[in-house]
Design a protein around this ligand. Structure first.
Ligand SMILES: O=C(NC/C=C/[C@H]1O[C@@H](n2cnc3cncnc32)[C@H](O)[C@@H]1O)c1cc([N+](=O)[O-])cc(O)c1O
Ligand SMILES: [Mg+2]
Length: 214
């Protein structure tokens, strides 16, 4: 039967990346997406901005919304300090199956907890289910119309503390206008736009970094 793009992406990782070497997994996916098939990973150009924010924040707790195949999950986790934890939410079971294998190939199972389910259902359960108090960094890369409601939900559930960083992909393309308006105009955030390009293309896109002021 016909394979799916995530399955072909995983095959490229298993063929071209070294087990236990997260950066080679990231490189293998970028090569696959540039040479074979475009896919909606944050990619290498925006990925460098992501790397610099992760390194600057040096987070102990990270939440990722929208795992997809685990590219940014692995990219972020490869930069975390020893006891840091990353929780990533993915509601498509087929994508979760692929992401778990990408994460395993990178050897990052101990740092990453992939939770299958919808962000709207799981954000309210973070504290009781995973003993999380607050997140130092949140990477938003799921359905673009969920960025704003999930951000408000994280505020309501007390998952953000003074200084928590929200980093949002695709604020230009495909675009998240309501989210952008909120974080740029709310007195509770200090926002900064990092101009870049849509993964593997010359189309403008960028990341929005927003500090929660409490
Ligand atoms: O649409 C995009 N991303 C949506 C990502 C969606 C991924 O997150 C999961 N998800 C969604 N809501 C969820 C809620 N809870 C859990 N998982 C969820 C979906 O099952 C999918 O695996 C996108 C599109 C383009 N593009 O050029 O078109 C470029 C990009 O960089 C993108 O990120
Ligand atoms: Mg994206």
């Amino acid at each position: 039967t016909q394979s799916t793009r995530p399955q072909r992406m995983l095959a490229a990782v298993q063929k071209n990346a070294t087990r236990g070497d997260p950066r080679s997994v990231v490189k293998a996916i970028d090569q696959f997406c540039r040479q074979k098939e475009w896919a909606m990973n944050v990619g290498d150009e925006k990925g460098c901005i992501l790397d610099s924010v992760v390194s600057e924040v040096n987070p102990a707790t990270v939440l990722e919304l929208g795992t997809y195949c685990g590219y940014s999950t692995v990219r972020i986790a490869s930069l975390l300090p020893p006891h840091a934890k990353l929780i990533t939410l993915e509601f498509n079971p087929d994508n979760a199956v692929i992401a778990r294998q990408v994460i395993a190939w990178a050897g990052l199972e101990d740092k990453i907890q992939l939770v299958e389910g919808a962000s709207g259902d799981w954000i309210p359960k973070m504290k009781e289910e995973f003993g999380v108090k607050t997140f130092d960094l949140v990477f938003l890369d799921h359905w673009k119309d969920r960025y704003l409601p999930d951000t408000k939900l994280m505020e309501e559930c007390g998952l953000l503390r003074k200084g928590s960083i929200l980093l949002a992909d695709n604020v230009i393309c495909p675009g998240t206008p309501d989210y952008l308006e909120y974080v740029r105009n709310s007195p509770r955030y200090k926002s900064q736009y990092f101009k870049s390009h849509l993964e593997y293309t010359k189309v403008e896109d960028g990341l929005e970094k927003s500090v929660f002021l409490g």
